[in-house]
Design a protein around this ligand. Structure first.
Ligand SMILES: *Cc1c(COP(=O)(O)O)cnc(C)c1O
Length: 212
């Protein structure tokens, strides 16, 4: 499959208000550059070591998104260049991002990751914790909470996925504002359902690069 063709055909098929983050984890620098050269700038990674290496070697105008579980002891490495952290899943992490951002005189854009699936492996705050996290973060000068991120259950059951996305969208709408305006949900298998539930940021890996 030709990567750029699949990215362009998805772009044609979706509303241009939906932003695509190309998930480039495990993909080579060459694979990323091929897509970058067609004008795509937003890439997502889930490991600190990998994003550091790629950031160093690839063009500096790439907007890097961190989408994986972030350990507090690694926060400081990504602060200088990270565009958006999708995966804030604890108050401890929020505090550390704020502290490291302050030291660099930066304000870091973050999403609150919400656990909408009932799978053990998924990180995130519970639905009923969102309002407290938002008010806590509003006191942190070097954090800007831009919205919510969630991952649906990995299943063929579209009804379940749809219910999970609806739940997240309902929460998103409670806090939506000029600043709090990002709803990051949807991956290769479920981005259409996510968009039908008003997602405005989808994270696509395998559908762009092919399955490994
Ligand atoms: C890997 C990953 C994706 C992309 O998944 P695909 O199914 O390959 O599109 C999206 N979001 C997160 C958080 C991921 O870890």
């Amino acid at each position: 499959m030709n990567h750029n063709n699949s990215l362009n055909s998805i772009k044609d098929e979706i509303n241009n208000k939906v932003k695509i983050v190309v998930v480039s984890k495990t993909r080579s620098e060459k694979e990323i550059l091929d897509i970058y050269k067609k004008g795509h700038k937003n890439f997502g990674e889930n490991k600190v070591q990998e994003i550091l290496e790629k950031h160093e070697k690839l063009p500096k105008d790439i907007r890097w998104h961190f989408i994986g579980h972030l350990q507090t002891n690694k926060v400081r490495y990504i602060i200088p260049f990270i565009s958006l952290i999708h995966s804030v899943d604890s108050i401890k992490l929020l505090k550390e991002i704020n502290k490291r951002a302050k030291a660099k005189n930066k304000v870091i854009n973050c999403l609150i990751q919400v656990k909408i699936a009932n799978e053990e492996s998924k990180y995130g705050f519970k639905i009923n914790e969102i309002s407290d996290v938002i008010s806590y973060a509003s006191e942190l000068e070097n954090i800007l909470i831009k919205g919510l991120m969630g991952m649906a259950t990995n299943t063929d059951n579209n009804n379940l996925i749809d219910r999970e996305f609806k739940l997240l969208n309902k929460e998103f709408k409670k806090y939506k504002s000029k600043i709090f305006n990002v709803l990051s949900m949807g991956m290769s298998n479920d981005y259409k359902l996510a968009i039908s539930n008003e997602s405005n940021m989808i994270r696509l890996g395998s559908i762009i690069f092919g399955r490994k």
